[in-house]
Design a protein around this ligand. Structure first.
Ligand code: MSP
Length: 517
């Protein structure tokens, strides 16, 4: 097993908003990967948190008639609650108003400044509060930001980061590290953006005060994106580069972000780190955006879906599964209620749930509730066991294994592989019809049920990162010891012994039915 430490981060969420499924999506994707890596025997540090400074938060607080700190405290808690609700296994939760973060962001600034990459000047140009981003006149579309956000004219003294000096080094980095930006289409966008020439970046503001003071010039506060990006270092103990976490986990293995913030993570962030002479993260992956029943999710349409509403109606693991399964990871996708019902019923309930329920109830009824003793395998048994064997790691050159798909953040395909195995097992059970064999050929019945048992154990182990609670219930029912559930034990040779007594079966993935009005 690979024991390289794995540091994974979500973006830190703005506290002007309540959590919606877009936020839950990024967090669940990171969680699935963090759990997958832990099960693979890697040491993992998984960070999430909240982004609390900036004009957007200050304005929202003013509009609500509360202090920015009070707004941040209340809304940060909602994001913390979201991690609990979605069963996110983060190791830390960082807030940018914490002392440890302020010290880290200021030190990053000083590191960049000491090396001559920051100069004082004055900024005049367009700024979008919603995007917390500067735009060139030439980027505006019909007087608005390219994202559709309103822009305002800003003129003030400002410190600048000499981003223009980093274009060639960034391009060289992308070329030498082809995995640095994923998916490929996003990489192409970023490369052409950088090739188009980079302008120096305004990194301080003087016309409002909700931010981290610039070291040595307290009339200025730091640009919220410089402040926010530093969070990835702060949580590891930076500026103490001898801190255990920093030494173990920096540079990050993966920053997971939405497509809207890829530029900040693959242009500004690596340039800041180069300027401070700190190592760069290994990879940034940008996922797509969700629309709701075909419409953009927006405050004005009031159509944002609260993750809690989905969890209450469909179940936690069902919601996690849907988010990871419905849309090819990296693409945009659409949430529809019908889509959710279809995934829950046809895949979780009819396919996987039904396979487990059918098999375990026959074992319970016909085998005295014990794992049956297999006899000689037929070609059909061997074929299904080979499929199961190949699920996690495939022999060289035979397509993509679950392991490879997870490494490439292709979560929807990883789940498809699990479903394919489950479908094959359902087809096998239909043909073998073990329920008929009790009288005709009990030895054969035992073999068929044992083969199915092995396949269900494999499926349950592999689903753990996606549906942790349900998988754990399945593994309990299968009599798999808690310390034998990681990928080191995925092989058939680690199946509990025939004769092991099983708990009475209970359905795990229930069918969703609409409540009568
Ligand atoms: N605070 C910044 C990130 C700073 S990271 C150093 C930010 N916050 S955010 O709250 O606006 O967005 C956080 C994440 O949620 C982003 O990755 C964004 O792409 C994601 N999503 C917000 N709406 C979304 C959808 N409708 N669909 C999918 N993800 C979306 O940006």
């Amino acid at each position: 097993m690979n024991n390289k430490p794995f540091y994974i981060t979500t973006p830190i969420y703005y506290v002007n908003d309540r959590p919606h499924i877009g936020h839950a999506y990024t967090s669940v994707a990171c969680d699935v990967l963090a759990r997958f890596k832990r099960l693979s025997g890697e040491e993992v540090f998984f960070l999430t948190g909240t982004d609390e400074h900036g004009l957007k938060v200050e304005k929202s607080a003013n509009a609500a008639g509360v202090s920015p700190q009070a707004l941040a405290d209340a809304n940060s808690q909602h994001f913390r609650d979201l991690t609990q609700m979605m069963n996110i296994s983060n190791d830390d939760f960082i807030r940018t108003t914490e002392k440890r973060h302020i010290a880290s962001a200021q030190k990053l600034w000083q590191d960049m400044q000491a090396r001559g990459h920051i100069t004082l000047g004055s900024y005049s140009g367009w700024y979008s509060v919603r995007d917390e981003a500067y735009y060139q006149e030439s980027e505006l579309v019909g007087g608005k930001a390219p994202t559709g956000a309103e822009v305002e004219w800003v003129e003030e003294p400002s410190y600048f980061f000499k981003l223009s000096a980093f274009g060639d080094r960034l391009l060289e980095h992308y070329a030498k590290n082809p995995q640095f930006i994923g998916p490929e289409t996003r990489k192409n966008e970023i490369v052409s953006f950088v090739k188009g020439g980079l302008k120096d970046l305004s990194i301080s503001r003087t016309t409002f005060s909700w931010g981290i003071p610039v070291p040595g010039d307290e009339k200025h506060i730091m640009y919220v994106w410089l402040d926010a990006l530093a969070n990835y270092l702060s949580a590891l103990g930076y500026p103490d580069t001898d801190a255990r976490l920093y030494k173990t986990f920096w540079p990050a293995a993966l920053h997971m972000v939405g497509k809207d913030i890829i530029r900040f993570h693959t242009v500004y962030w690596p340039a800041f780190l180069m300027a401070a002479e700190l190592p760069l993260p290994e990879r940034v992956f940008a996922h797509g955006w969700w629309t709701i029943e075909g419409e953009k999710m927006s405050k004005s349409l009031g159509n944002a879906i609260a993750p809690g509403a989905l969890v209450d109606e469909f179940g936690l693991d069902q919601t996690r599964y849907f988010l990871m399964r419905e849309v090819p990871f990296g693409n945009d996708g659409n949430f529809s209620r019908q889509g959710m019902i279809n995934r829950v019923n046809s895949e979780l309930s009819n396919n996987i749930g039904n396979l487990a329920q059918r098999t375990l109830s026959i074992i319970n009824k016909n085998c005295g509730g014990m794992i049956p003793q297999p006899n000689a395998y037929t070609a059909e048994d061997e074929a299904l066991l080979a499929d199961a064997k190949n699920l996690y790691i495939l022999p060289e050159g035979k397509g993509s294994s679950l392991h490879d798909l997870m490494e490439a953040q292709q979560f929807h395909l990883a789940l498809e592989r699990v479903l394919e195995l489950s479908s094959a097992a359902n087809a096998y059970i239909d043909v073998q019809a073990p329920w008929k064999l009790k009288k005709e050929d009990p030895d054969r019945m035992n073999t068929v049920l044992y083969v199915l048992y092995c396949v269900i154990r494999k499926i349950s182990i592999c689903l753990q990162p996606f549906t942790p609670d349900s998988s754990s219930k399945m593994l309990d029912q299968l009599g798999v010891a808690e310390n034998m559930r990681d990928f080191a034990y995925v092989g058939e040779e680690f199946c509990p012994r025939p004769g092991t007594v099983l708990l009475p079966p209970q359905p795990v993935f229930l069918r969703f039915t609409e409540k009568a009005a």
